[in-house]
Design a protein around this ligand. Structure first.
Ligand SMILES: NC(=O)c1ccc[n+]([C@@H]2O[C@H](COP(=O)([O-])OP(=O)(O)OC[C@H]3O[C@@H](n4cnc5c(N)ncnc54)[C@H](OP(=O)(O)O)[C@@H]3O)[C@@H](O)[C@H]2O)c1
Length: 282
């Protein structure tokens, strides 16, 4: 198949391209940055320099390429700019979906998150609602996620990958990533907040498998939703950082997510089933 990857040089895109190429697909990888074209070519894909906010250029490129599938891995999180990221999700996704539809694309696979669910006491399943009543600043992320998921669902076949919190190479949790720095500087408290992790290799692999998955949202998270009090001391130890202090409490939405549907219904098997061993391998 011909596959258009938006966000090809990002933390997931660069792991995904070789997997798609190895599976026999013809891949076009998009970046804004002409310095990253060589990386994209070295991973076996054709490069395309494009800004997702340039609506006309996105339409024109999509019509020229006429892909069978579009994979949306666009975020703007390198600088942890959540306003910018919400704009990518809302305006960027709108442009991508409209251009894909105009070019007759029948399938889109898109990156979402597994911590946008409403408050609850158990890990969230896909049956749970998104947290529509969230107050600011969380509302900014939720509005972006809702807009992204609704737009992508306009494509007749659509898989929405609700990813857990990434760790692994190039992520905030990598040895020199932002979270590692905060732990080294003793800035993070271990709380009761529950989070679901996901190794970036598993995120990329799920995007490949999603070429054959049914439409709808699917949680792609590891097997073990974890409270800060459990994972943070292990992560700190792996970084040889000071042990974190404990602070009681969690927000209702800090509940983690369940991968039952992915595992039982789709037969997905994570390469890194638990952060417990994965975080130690950084
Ligand atoms: N679920 C999660 O936990 C999660 C999800 C996403 C990201 N993150 C974190 O965020 C950090 C950064 O992620 P990242 O390396 O993937 O970088 P990023 O800055 O989030 O960019 C991701 C991709 O989106 C593309 N992009 C952004 N704005 C664009 C625009 N206007 N037009 C076209 N393309 C655009 C980038 O293109 P360029 O090649 O032009 O930069 C890049 O390929 C990582 O450390 C990761 O841990 C976490």
């Amino acid at each position: 198949m011909k596959i258009f990857v938006a966000g090809a040089a990002g933390v997931i895109g660069r792991l995904l391209l070789p997997k798609l190429v190895k599976a026999g697909h013809q891949v076009v990888g998009m970046t804004r940055n002409s310095e990253r074209t060589e990386l994209i070519r070295s991973l076996g894909a054709e490069d395309l320099v494009l800004d997702i906010f340039d609506r006309e250029a996105v339409f024109s490129a999509m019509k020229d390429i006429r892909p069978d599938v579009v994979i949306h891995q666009l975020t703007s999180l390198s600088d942890r700019n959540f306003q910018d990221n919400a704009r990518i999700r809302i305006e960027g996704t709108r442009n991508l979906v409209d251009a894909a539809q105009a070019a007759g694309v029948k399938r889109m696979i898109a990156q979402s998150i597994a911590w946008a669910y409403e408050p609850g006491d158990q890990p969230a399943s896909e049956e749970d609602s998104l947290d529509m009543d969230a107050p600011l600043p969380r509302k900014t992320s939720i509005d972006g996620i809702v807009a992204l998921e609704q737009a992508v669902a306009e494509i007749s076949e659509h898989v929405i990958l609700r990813y857990g919190m990434f760790y692994g190479p190039g992520t905030w949790y990598d040895i020199d990533g932002e979270m590692a720095k905060q732990v080294q500087n003793h800035q993070l408290l271990a709380t009761d907040a529950v989070m679901s992790f996901l190794h970036v290799e598993d995120a990329a692999h799920a995007a490949l498998l999603a070429l054959n998955w049914p439409s709808g949202p699917i949680n792609i998270v590891d097997d073990e939703p974890a409270a800060g009090i459990d994972w943070l001391p292990i992560y700190a130890k792996a970084l040889q950082a000071p042990a974190p202090e404990y602070q009681e409490g969690r927000q209702g939405w800090e509940r983690g997510a369940s991968n039952d549907k992915a595992r039982i219904v789709y037969g997905w098997e994570p390469l890194y089933p638990t952060w417990r061993t994965g975080l130690r391998q950084l």
